[in-house]
Ligand binder design. Structure first.
Ligand code: FES
Ligand code: FES
Length: 153
């Protein structure tokens, strides 16, 4: 079994897994970071979204062998005290319902605002389109992203 040195949330973790193991399984089963959720497993729902060197990626669809020295950031590492502007805006707008999709939503929103600081409604809709919420929190997500953008400007 190959061994991988993964940089996750600022720490290095050594894991021994098959090279085609999805990053999601490594995070949840080997590193025991359970904030990133399994939804569909085929890149369709966004529940497993994390950052790879700051860019949003679906961790169910990337094999561990593709990560190399890039930094992985999960919801646990987005901010030290859960106080990233996106997380604060999520609280302000009381976004989550069941909560299952929300780590992925927040990670995707944070990546969006990192490269598009003042997104239009259309840009938000386009970037968040693939993150499915079975509870239908989309309107609150849209408002929270606007608020987070204001906080960050
Ligand atoms: S679990 Fe990865 S996109 Fe659905
Ligand atoms: S809050 Fe329940 S799936 Fe999104």
């Amino acid at each position: 079994m190959p061994s991988y040195s993964l940089r996750v949330n600022g720490k290095v973790h050594q894991v021994e897994v098959a090279e085609d193991t999805p990053v999601l399984w490594v995070l949840r089963d080997h590193i025991k970071l359970l904030g990133t959720k399994y939804g569909c497993g085929i890149g369709q729902c966004g529940a497993c979204t994390i950052h790879l060197d700051g860019l949003a990626m679906r961790s169910c669809s990337v094999p561990v062998s593709a990560v190399g020295s890039q930094e992985l950031t999960t919801i646990e590492g987005l901010s030290e005290k859960g106080n990233h502007p996106v997380q604060q805006a999520w609280i302000e707008h009381d976004v989550p319902q069941c909560g299952y999709c929300q780590a992925g939503q927040i990670m995707n929103a944070a990546a969006l605002l990192a490269d598009t600081p003042n997104p239009s409604d259309q840009e938000i809709a386009a970037r968040m389109n693939g993150n499915i919420c079975r509870c239908g929190t989309y309107t609150r997500i849209q408002k929270a992203i606007k608020t987070a953008a204001e906080k960050m400007s």
